[in-house]
Design a binder for this molecule. Structure first.
Ligand code: PMP
Length: 401
């Protein structure tokens, strides 16, 4: 008898489990709209040209594989903070940002969660309802208490702004407020600039600490600067804040696990101390981060020609998703004789769209139409092509009615 008898089977991951089911389906019509990974119009994985060029540069330079320091590659940490805040931001000039390379967005969030658990005992993290499924796991495993604030309004398939504000207001003073910097996953619904100002007001009033998750910089609007405007708006108010970054989507570096945690502090001295503690948390977890993705980012962001090429490629990717979004809206509007208003699809931004399909309807999408998606009705438009929009619209029509 096994010593591991008491270990029960874990449930499949709600997002990555969708890909497993997709792989097992032999129907040629099958579509994987579960995981948020960019595909080209042929629905194949896509490696950016700038990434290939940066990798060639690395080979030419014959770079070694020595350990990085605990905080990661210095050139990457500089580049990533500048990309986020803008190189001339006072928080950078005054050396008030503690930046530590992380294992992509997830690992960076996990480092911050450990910092919160250690230095803010009992403090709660407020997360949007709904949010990316892994947020809850991350804070649970770090033993950080969390609660939800209202975000999505099913009646309008839009933002429940009043609910959001009143829940943030009602939370205990000094809570952490987790915010999606842009392209909210899973709804694709972002606050307007005016709403961001009001959110900042209320967070300041309550002495909360904003904690941004930026997993789609450049992917929402196609512009790196525009997508960082929420974070910059808070930083410009002189607030202390945390930002987790990921290069999975905007540079297509999913498996390289490259990202960072940035903590903006009110003094350079505080930033140095925070950074030292983040390193202390990272050391026993994984010792030091991997170098490959860090060099790619540093090469792309640090080379003006590659940087411009990256921006063009990102616009191309964001543009393809926007075209698919438009085509899906057109197909649904043409097919639906009930007069239902589908314009919410056009208002959502980023990779995802919340369709409003419930669990039974989502099951029909998968079981009858071979469309793989999460059971909350979210679809990843990054996994859709123009050629498949009509088919998807048929599946949605059938499932709704
Ligand atoms: N945060 C959000 C909101 C995300 O959607 C994702 C990717 N699905 C991540 C963080 C982290 O992804 P990764 O660990 O690959 O950077």
């Amino acid at each position: 008898v096994s010593r591991f008898e008491g270990i029960v089977m874990a449930p499949p991951d709600p997002i990555l489990g969708v890909s497993e089911a997709f792989r097992a389906d032999i129907d040629v019509k099958k579509l994987n709209l579960g995981v948020g990974a960019y595909r080209n119009e042929e629905l194949q994985p896509y490696v950016l040209d700038v990434v290939k060029k940066a990798e060639n540069l690395m080979l030419e330079r014959g770079e070694n594989k020595e350990y990085l320091s605990i905080e990661g590659l210095a050139a990457f940490n500089k580049a990533t903070a500048e990309l986020l805040f803008g190189a001339d931001n006072p928080v950078i000039e005054q050396q008030r940002v503690a930046t530590v390379q992380g294992l992509s967005g997830t690992g960076s969030l996990r480092l911050a969660a450990a910092l919160i658990e250690r230095y803010f005992p009992g403090a709660k993290v407020l997360i949007s309802s709904p949010t990316w499924g892994n947020h809850k796991n991350i804070f649970n495993d770090a033993r950080v208490p969390w609660s939800e604030y209202r975000y999505y309004d099913p009646k309008t398939v839009g933002l429940d702004f009043e609910g959001m504000i009143s829940d943030i207001k009602a939370a205990p003073e000094g809570s952490f407020v987790l915010l999606h910097g842009c392209a909210h996953n899973r709804t694709g619904i972002d606050p307007t600039p005016e709403q961001w100002e009001k959110i900042a007001d209320i967070i300041q009033e309550k002495n909360h600490i904003p904690f941004f998750d930026v997993a789609y910089q450049g992917f929402a609007s196609g512009s790196l600067d525009a997508d960082a405007s929420s974070v910059r708006l808070f930083a410009a108010r002189g607030m202390e804040l945390l930002v987790a970054q990921s290069y999975s989507k905007n540079l297509g570096l999913y498996a390289e696990r490259i990202g960072a945690i940035n903590v903006v502090c009110s003094s350079a001295d505080a930033a140095a101390r925070v950074k030292s503690q983040l390193k202390r948390i990272a050391r026993p977890m994984y010792s030091n981060p991997p170098v490959h993705g860090a060099r790619i980012v540093a090469n792309v962001v640090g080379d003006p020609a590659l940087f411009d090429e990256w921006k063009a490629e990102m616009e191309m990717m964001a543009g393809r998703i926007k075209n698919v979004r438009q085509k899906l809206f057109d197909s649904l509007s043409a097919k639906d004789k009930s007069g239902k208003d589908w314009s919410f699809i056009l208002k959502q931004i980023g990779m995802f769209s919340f369709t409003g399909l419930n669990k039974t309807q989502s099951d029909n999408m998968t079981n009858k139409w071979h469309v793989y998606m999460t059971k909350d009705g979210r679809i990843s438009l990054a996994g859709l092509s123009l050629a498949k929009c009509e088919y998807l619209a048929d599946a949605i029509m059938d499932s709704f009615h």
